[in-house]
Design a protein around this ligand. Structure first.
Ligand SMILES: *Cc1c(COP(=O)(O)O)cnc(C)c1O
Length: 424
């Protein structure tokens, strides 16, 4: 406990916890380890949204042009900050819609089956929404998902997908593939993938590479521009704390911004800005990622994202990552301590331990009675996530979790294990 408190005392961004509303149970702050599912609410979110409502009440539709933050330029402000988090140029980021919608839109532009190169390479057991998206997108194009999707799975008896197997699959299928669509961080195991290497391997065979960064954005280091990624999409409600149903975002590499031949599904909000409101026939896109926007954005949702991005800016991505890595290392240390108390290990970690191969999330696979342990942990005011058949996922998040949270979790899980193993 002293050890955890000493680490908290040295934590340079510890003050940011006070910027968040931590759920309270029985008068005590809970241990919230679900920032990978829905990030906590910043205290300033309400103020930020309130400002939009006030501006609306004062100016009506003129609020697009007037007030402290005219809604028409709100987007510029957001992409400045978001681009630092994902390693992009500001003009390569567009804040719009939500994640699954954006994946469909990106595939409309970047999945162009031609000749023998028609297939998509993806992770086996990707997040369900991504699977449904791929399946229905292919059907929509008149293609058969069963023959057009190539999935790469972990080897028998392993939980993570080997990097060499991904590169091997690209090489093996290079003449059939039009696109590699991969995750940044696997939602189930917490495994971080080598986006740069996957992109390079795809490009070497004339295949485009796109990424779903739902569990990566705001969590792990990203350099989308330098890594030459073609496109990426993410949601802003997990590590980015923009609230339930937050507006999503997409990255489109600048080399595509002036490509007039790319097919796309467009709307007026992607139309060239200086003549947009002349409402003329014939779509002319903005020459940036914003050229993929379709509809009038919600300044209310923008305001919620802005509130959280201000905190990322205050802390700086570098410090956030450093603390994130320390928190997870400390969690590994605490869990190792728990394991030492048992003769047969009651759990193993699905998440790779090497730095660079995991972000905040750690997935714990129980040998037995995982559900009983989970219920016991939850009853002790820990917000964790249960996945069938026997997995608890937890994510200590650097912006608001403490080393003491991790330490207390260690004690709680140890007691929970002892209790559940003694029940028959
Ligand atoms: C959270 C998550 C989603 C959710 O998609 P929405 O369209 O935002 O509901 C999709 N894919 C992955 C990989 C996720 O982790």
């Amino acid at each position: 406990m002293e050890c955890a408190q000493a680490l908290d005392a040295q934590d340079k961004i510890a003050h940011l916890r006070n910027e968040f509303l931590i759920p309270v149970i029985d008068g005590k702050e809970a241990i919230y380890f679900l920032g990978n599912s829905l990030g906590l609410q910043p205290k300033r979110t309400a103020t930020s949204i309130e400002a939009v409502l006030t501006q609306w009440s004062r100016y009506g539709v003129e609020a697009f042009f007037q007030g402290a933050q005219p809604w028409l330029s709100f987007h510029d402000n957001l992409v400045q900050q978001l681009s630092l988090i994902v390693g992009a140029l500001p003009q390569e980021v567009v804040v719009m819609n939500q994640l699954t919608v954006n994946l469909h839109l990106m595939l409309a532009s970047f999945y162009q089956p031609t000749g023998t190169k028609t297939k998509i390479l993806c992770e086996a057991k990707a997040f369900p929404s991504d699977q449904y998206m791929l399946e229905t997108h292919l059907r929509h194009r008149g293609l058969d998902p069963d023959s057009q999707l190539i999935e790469v799975a972990p080897r028998a008896g392993e939980s993570c997908i080997r990097q060499e197997d991904i590169l091997q699959a690209i090489e093996q299928h290079k003449n059939e593939l039009a696109l590699v669509l991969w995750g940044g961080v696997n939602y189930y195991t917490g495994q971080v993938f080598d986006i740069e290497a996957i992109t390079a391997a795809a490009h070497a065979s004339g295949i485009l590479a796109g990424f779903d960064l739902a569990h990566a954005a705001g969590n792990v280091p990203l350099q989308l521009h330098d890594w030459n990624v073609d496109f990426a999409c993410w949601c802003n409600y997990k590590y980015l704390n923009a609230g339930p149903g937050a507006v999503g975002a997409a990255f489109i590499h600048e080399r595509f911004h002036n490509d007039a031949h790319l097919p796309r599904l467009a709307g007026w909000w992607g139309y060239k800005k200086d003549t947009r409101f002349q409402m003329q026939k014939g779509f002319v896109p903005v020459a940036s990622a914003e050229g993929w926007a379709l509809s009038t954005p919600s300044p209310i949702l923008f305001a919620a994202l802005k509130a959280s991005l201000e905190l990322f800016e205050q802390a700086g991505m570098e410090q956030i990552r450093q603390k994130g890595a320390q928190l997870t290392d400390f969690l590994f240390f605490v869990l190792d301590g728990v394991l030492k108390k048992f003769e047969t290990p009651p759990f193993v970690l699905l998440t790779p331990r090497n730095r660079g191969e995991h972000g905040c999330q750690v997935s714990i696979l129980f040998a037995e009675k995982g559900k009983a342990v989970f219920e016991n942990v939850a009853a002790n005011h820990v917000f964790a996530d249960w996945r069938e058949p026997n997995v608890i996922r937890i994510a200590p998040v650097p912006l608001y979790n403490t080393f003491e949270d991790v330490w207390r979790f260690g004690n709680i899980i140890e007691t929970a294990l002892l209790n559940s193993l003694h029940q028959h």
